[in-house]
Design a binder for this molecule. Structure first.
Ligand code: T4K
Length: 397
């Protein structure tokens, strides 16, 4: 569907343009003074990494917040996921995962020489489809790696049933899922292990960072070794580990914000409601649900689906128009992981994921996003849609 963007923009009220960029997210930062006071104990001790006191405090506080005894901090989410797979000591073979994710999910498999087998997703949740998952399991399947995309829970019971029937481990990429609760418990307690990311773009951040949550003491002990080169003590190295340690500067940032996670989520919920007020009746813009049964959401993302025929223009055109107005919405997750050269999946094999990747657009959402800005973003979308539907593409204003 081709829309003359320049002509359309000329018809739109210029005052809708933001003076400075509005990004898809912004980190929830403390003041510099708050950060410095959290960092001070490390400075006083001249202790910067390797199990410092801030690392220890953050690990404990996060484990309490999530309600799990088994949590290990990491320098970032990708290394955490890489380490989780290392801990499972999988034989060569396949891992079933989703194509609708960030490159990290599939690239860690490549680093372990495990072959990704892509499972299509469900149209509503954008998560791995259990019926397709069941059909994909074969003699070479070694594990299942689902993603709670945008923090929305996968069908965890169905996945666990399938994994149980075939004796397969489940490692969740829960990069987006801090603060999400499912049936009253943290979603991060599902599966054998879950990885959560604390990157600057996440609602709880340590700049770079992440954690693994695991379901057994055995894995908890093994992960501790693996994230520190496999060193057991000064004289003994007992496993092929890596440097996955979170440092004290990262941990201090986490400590400065850990108590604000729930407030950040509350504020995002208000913003999501405002988007529903502003876009709920817009033809061709499908909104994420405000409430999912059994789930306390974290509103980590606000993904809309652009139905080109009804809205009047496709996702890419809307994204370009928003950019002109200084709104940096993002096409998470395009391109699909299955389309990367090293995955070699033919187009058409994963129809639901392909459609999602063509139509999904994440609008800005973060705790400090002013309500008036949300209304302005909705006005840009509504104005553009109604101009194009009333036939601007025939005019040459
Ligand atoms: N699995 C999944 C499903 C993931 O989504 C991710 C990461 C991972 C695994 C890996 O976890 P980590 O190893 O990263 O812990 C961003 C993040 O870099 C990435 O962490 C995240 N997913 C992904 C969804 O988003 P980009 O390429 O979109 O980042 P970037 O730099 O374009 O940032 C997006 C916007 O955020 C910017 O336009 C402005 C804002 N921003 C960004 C940064 C870095 C800030 O306001 N401040 C900042 O410091 O990937």
């Amino acid at each position: 569907m081709s829309v003359p963007i320049d002509a359309l923009i000329q018809k739109m009220p210029p005052e809708l343009r933001f003076e400075s960029p509005v990004y898809v997210t912004r980190p929830n930062l403390p003041t510099l003074e708050e950060y410095a006071s959290c960092l001070a104990p490390a400075w006083e001790r001249h202790w910067l990494t390797n199990d410092g006191c801030l690392h220890e405090a953050l690990e404990r506080q996060l484990a309490e917040y999530l309600g799990t005894p088994y949590l290990r901090l990491f320098c970032n989410g990708t290394i955490a996921l890489l380490t989780a797979l290392q801990a499972l000591e999988l034989e060569p073979g396949n891992v079933i995962t989703t194509p609708f994710s960030f490159p990290a999910t599939v690239n860690v498999l490549h680093w372990h020489r495990l072959r990704p087998v892509f499972c299509d997703i469900e149209p509503e949740s954008h998560n791995l489809d259990p019926a397709h998952l069941q059909a994909l399991i074969g003699p070479d399947t070694r594990a299942i790696l689902p993603v709670h995309v945008y923090g929305r829970p996968c069908k965890v019971e169905a996945i666990q049933d399938i994994a149980g029937q075939h004796g397969l481990p489940v490692v969740y990429d829960a990069a987006h899922a801090i603060g999400v609760r499912y049936k009253g418990k943290s979603l991060l307690c599902q599966g054998d292990m879950s990885m959560v990311s604390f990157h600057a773009t996440k609602l709880f951040t340590t700049a770079e960072g992440g954690a693994l949550i695991m379901n057994s003491e055995t894995l908890y002990d093994r992960i501790r070794l693996l994230k520190n080169f496999g060193i057991a003590d000064e004289d003994t190295v007992i496993a092929p580990g890596i440097n996955g340690k979170m440092n004290e500067l990262q941990a201090a940032l986490g400590l400065a914000r850990i108590n604000t996670v729930n407030d950040e989520i509350q504020q995002r919920r208000r913003i999501a409601r405002l988007y529903h007020d502003g876009l709920g009746k817009t033809p061709g813009i499908a909104l994420p649900p405000l409430h999912i049964p059994d789930v306390e959401s974290n509103f980590a993302y606000f993904p809309v689906r652009v139905e080109a025929r009804m809205f009047g223009m496709d996702r890419n055109t809307l994204c370009s128009i928003l950019r002109y107005f200084n709104v940096f919405a993002r096409k998470y997750f395009y391109p699909l992981c299955s389309s990367y050269a090293w995955c070699r999946v033919a187009k058409g094999a994963l129809p639901v994921a392909e459609s999602a990747a063509e139509n999904a657009l994440c609008l800005p959402i973060f705790g400090k996003l002013p309500f008036a800005w949300v209304q302005q973003i909705c006005a840009i979308i509504n104005e553009a849609g109604s101009i194009v539907r009333s036939g601007c593409n025939n005019s040459h204003a």
